[in-house]
Design a protein around this ligand. Structure first.
Ligand code: FAD
Ligand code: ZN
Length: 470
């Protein structure tokens, strides 16, 4: 046994240091695009144990890859192939430490599964609004490290906006207790916000104090059929105007995206029959703090106005919680249907909402010209200006061949267009290994040098998740 492995065993107990056997659950990413090999998988049970692990790694010059639920989509949560990195899994740190109803905060350890955090808030009749399809397995530490977005961002913000304080272990093994539940604290640089979105490259998040909100009294959900994306974005404006802060979700799904769901999950019911004249389906969600009757009045008023103005051709309103769940299931099944369809190229992009119709028309056409037969799976969080503008190989072509031969060219075409339209190449999934080189090409030199200065200051030996982000 190496001296490092002995030190790790001393830090967390030998049974929580795994070196042999099948470690693929920690070494292979969710999309199965990145496969690494860890020197050891280490599973600490407390902040003090995390600090001891990091001190041991520092003493032996070993690099560390933090991991939560391993659902990240950019190849940032698994070790590289060198066999020298320590994979630090936070999943044993899964305690809710406190709920303060009067302060509207909840403090959770980093390895708490997102759904557990949501349930702990609900047990106090409160809402933790972060919500995404991986919520049954992703962790709050991973959500914050990736600054996850999800389906409620347009009302409640992304993970960053939902976090008031952090506890972090530095690469040297020091513990920073920043778990204040304060909404105002102007005592110098915003350390919390440096760690949020840092993808494990600066330190290890061990706990977080999160913002809670009142639970809505009623929710309304509908699917609406739009002829164009321009109509869908006009509908978004109308929904903002009519529902105000009650508008909590506004998702869009292209017809090919939904056809993949129909093909691979035929058991899911489609409340709106596919219609080539309305290739865009919008999912609208409203949350109301008054009552079901109040909610329904506003919601039906919105849909009637949209029909009158010709923004939608048809709509289906959920009449029960089960029907609402079923509508969300259609949306959440899209990435899963893509997996079933075969390897694909993901673009998690942000654009000014006003420019989305024009971006999609221009980029769809350019892709079709450059790669005949290419299939576009376009869906996402239209209310946030965030598209999952994904590409599936042409029918009849082996998907892995297409990716090997064409992925770089496809990315260049799409990301050049994103740059022209004033967008971002990563809206919510992060940079990781997948987009590191694109970031280096496309972010301004000044921004990159500021980022490098932060990395150098907080992780001077470059041992935290090396090769990711920058
Ligand atoms: P991991 O995958 O384990 O790690 C992600 C990153 O965080 C890595 O860089 C890792 O090193 C780092 N990290 C993890 N824990 C810590 C820690 N405690 N301290 C420091 N660094 C840490 N994302 C969205 O934003 N919106 C979506 O709608 C969305 N939908 C998804 C749907 C599916 C089906 C899947 C599989 C993923 C989806 N994602 C989405 C991706 C999203 O980033 C992750 O689901 C989630 O935020 C990552 O949490 P995790 O615990 O799995 O982190
Ligand atoms: Zn998303």
């Amino acid at each position: 046994m190496s001296a490092l492995v002995e030190a790790l065993a001393a830090a967390v107990g030998a049974s929580h240091v795994l070196c042999d056997g099948d470690l693929s659950a920690w070494e292979v990413d969710w999309r199965r695009r990145y496969r690494g090999r860890a020197l050891a998988v280490v599973r600490p049970g407390s902040t003090a144990e995390v600090a001891a692990v990091l001190r041991a790694c520092a003493a032996h010059g070993a690099s560390v890859v933090p991991q939560g639920g391993n659902t990240g989509l950019v190849g940032a949560s698994v070790p590289d192939a060198s066999g020298t990195q320590v994979l630090l899994s936070l999943t044993r740190m899964n305690r809710i430490r406190a709920v303060d109803s009067a302060n509207l905060t909840l403090t959770a350890e980093a390895g708490c599964v997102l759904q557990t955090v949501q349930e702990a808030a609900a047990a106090h009749r409160l809402l933790f609004p972060l919500s995404l399809a991986a919520e049954g397995s992703c962790t709050i530490g991973g959500n914050l490290a990736a600054n996850a977005g999800g389906t409620q961002v347009l009302r409640y913000g992304n993970a960053r906006e939902l976090c008031l304080g952090l506890e972090v272990v530095t690469p040297a093994g020091e513990i920073w207790d920043g778990l204040s539940g304060l909404r105002k604290d102007n005592t110098g640089y915003a350390l919390r916000d440096i760690y949020i979105g840092s993808e494990g490259t600066l330190g290890v998040i061990t706990a977080a104090t999160l913002k809670l909100c009142p639970q809505p009294a009623a929710r309304m959900t509908a699917l609406a059929a739009c002829a164009t994306l321009a109509a869908a974005t006009e509908l978004l404006q109308l929904a903002h105007a009519r529902l105000g802060p009650g508008l909590t979700g506004f998702e869009v799904m292209g017809e090919f995206a939904l056809s993949l769901v129909a093909r691979h999950f035929p058991q899911l019911r489609m409340p709106l029959a596919p219609n080539p004249e309305t290739p865009w389906t919008v999912l609208i969600e409203q949350s109301d703090s008054e009552s079901e009757t109040h909610a329904r009045g506003l919601f039906e008023g919105l849909l009637e106005a949209a029909l009158e103005r010709g923004l939608i051709a048809d709509a289906a309103v959920a009449e029960s919680v089960a029907q609402s769940r079923a509508m969300w299931q259609l949306r959440e099944a899209i990435p899963l249907a893509q997996v079933e369809e075969g390897a694909n190229i993901k673009h998690d992009i942000a654009l000014p909402i006003s420019r989305i119709p024009e971006f999609v028309a221009a980029t769809d056409a350019a892709l079709a010209r450059a790669f005949p037969g290419i299939r576009l799976v376009n869906f996402g969080h239209l209310g946030d200006g965030n598209l999952h503008y994904n590409v599936q190989a042409p029918t009849g072509m082996v998907a892995t061949d297409f990716l090997r031969e064409r992925e770089h060219e496809v990315n260049t075409l799409v990301y050049d267009a994103v740059d022209r339209f004033g967008g971002s190449i990563s809206a919510e999934h992060g940079i990781g290994a997948l987009k590191r080189d694109e970031l280096a090409k496309r972010k301004s030199p000044v921004a990159l040098s500021l980022m490098r200065a932060i990395k150098q200051a907080l992780d001077p030996d470059g041992r935290m998740n090396p090769g990711r982000v920058i």
